[in-house]
Write a protein that binds this ligand. Structure first.
Ligand SMILES: [Fe+2]
Length: 187
């Protein structure tokens, strides 16, 4: 599958503002460890209707129109990825990636592992959408998943279209993982 190039932020002022908003969020979560506890916490305090979530959704919707979100096709238009920004000192060394997935039936993307875990903001495109993304704790609609360090899985969608906005500590993701590998003690 194609690897997505890193976005040229200089071409997209909206994307620059989005990255600045991500940096604010990273300052809040930089000392927290991805995993089921962080997932529950983010869903309780940072879900739809809260400032960061609503700002991220607005930026992603704008970015889809402007062409800087998930612009590289991995499996035709239904599965696309975009690398918005690599880890930097300003991001507390957390990278920013967007993935667009669209499927009514369960659809699996590219198997991968997150050596340091992942913070994943699930953004639905339409009001009333029933789309869901599968995390380590099960299916998640609008809100958050946060697979813990060393976990591996298929990104899976069902029930419509969504953007998974994901943040990776140190930018680490591995596409060498396989479904037969053992999971860490904590997911
Ligand atoms: Fe993942």
């Amino acid at each position: 599958m194609a690897n997505a190039p890193v976005l040229d932020l200089g071409k997209y002022p909206t994307a620059q503002a989005f990255v600045a908003k991500c940096h604010e969020f990273f300052n809040e979560v930089k000392n927290l460890t991805p995993g089921h506890e962080l997932e529950a916490r983010l869903n309780a305090t940072h879900g739809p209707g809260t400032p960061y979530y609503d700002a991220f959704r607005a930026y992603i919707l704008a970015g889809l129109k402007e062409g800087w979100v998930a612009q590289t096709e991995l499996d035709g238009p239904r599965y696309r990825r975009g690398r918005i920004a690599p880890p930097t000192p300003e991001s507390n060394f957390i990278s920013i990636t967007t993935v667009y997935m669209s499927s009514e039936d369960e659809y699996r993307g590219q198997y991968h592992a997150h050596p340091y875990g992942e913070i994943n903001c699930v953004i639905l495109l339409d009001e009333g959408s029933k789309a869901q993304l599968k995390g380590m704790q099960g299916w998640q609609g609008a809100g958050w998943t946060s697979p813990g360090p060393g976990t591996h899985h298929y990104p899976e969608v069902r029930g419509g279209e969504l953007v998974a906005l994901f943040f990776l500590p140190a930018g680490r993701i591995s596409y060498e993982a396989t479904p037969g590998m053992a999971q860490p003690p904590s997911l």
